[in-house]
Design a protein. Sequence first.
Length: 423
Amino acid sequence: MYLTDRSQPVEADTGQDRRRGPGRRVAPVVLVLGTVSLITDISSEMVTAVLPLYLVTTLGFSPLGFGTLDGVYNGVSALVQLTGGHLADRIRNHKLLAGLGYGLSALCKPLLLFAGSIGTLGTVLALERTGKGLRTAPRDAMISLSTPAENQGRAFGVHRAMDTTGAMLGPLAAFLILRAAVDGYDAVFGVSACVAALGVLVLVLFVPGREKGTRAEEENGPDSKPPVRVRETLALLRLPRLRALAGCAALLGLTTVSDAFVYLLLQRRAGVGEEWFTLLPLGTAVVFLLLAVPVGALADRIGRRTVFLAGHAVLLIAYALLLWTPGTPVLVPLVLALHGTFYAATDGVLPAALAGIVPEQLRASGLAIVGTSQALARFCCSLAFGAAWTTWGDGPALAGSAVGLLCCAAVAGMVLRPAGGTR
């Protein structure tokens, strides 16, 4: 079982005979979707950068309370991904579902101005993550369907690099707003809402309404095939390689500590001042931005399995540094560099691995299955890590995650091991 098999299943039509031009060229829709993600991530990361400190220091949440909200923040989108992916395949309009998702997230941003309790915040964050869940699989399906199989890693790398540019600018914008505004948190939430609306506008105006159909649809018309049914989506689980990929993504997700906890741990270990806290995600984003495209291209050449597992090995090193390195100034750039490298080696490589596994007409559903398995596992990890931190402290909680990650990576390496000498 492996991720880099270049042979295609009978039902998977990547449409390479329909796509001309240089193999390394990135499709225009990838660049436009990257622009939408860039703008949207500025908005989202403005909120994400201040949320841990806002909840823990301003509203007085415990690590367990924050872990619960962080779990909701990530877990709800996981459940909705399945719905978004299936509906996008069913109506054969990925842009429509992606637009609904982006729009819902944008509408939730100003509601953060009025949320002061854990119940209200949980509801708003759940709605915002519902929007993310609706848009993720259709967006990634548009990227995948516009790119030949052998260049999937590069295409997703380009998109993730643009997405990460927004993730880099968002914390910087939040930092500047907090320093300049009297009611800093309210100002961050307000500006975030305006930026999110701009992202929706770009999607509506510049992303094509419908992608090119499959070969059968081009020959017989877009309505030649009946809508995709739920049982066809569930039948994807019969594909052994898809099951292995989804299972390994979930297994590794169970031990992947959320970004917010990593930054809180880094602040405590290195003594980072609260006024600098919002810049910590910026370090991760810079490294991710620099490495996303070259690492994606590397995955296309040497194997996505190898790069995916190497990314988790890098994350394990970051955990070890947080556990055992003295709180010196060099700890901050080291951990952030490793954190960004982890995302460059995993975030775009995982969906790229599905190009030769899932047929075109079910591409969004396949992406949703794998993405949901990973996101639900990370939801459980957030709850468990918050509970462990509250009960035993941050050190034992992180040590448990590190040991778990080492064991899960070993299992994933065996499950995804190349067969017959193929990388």
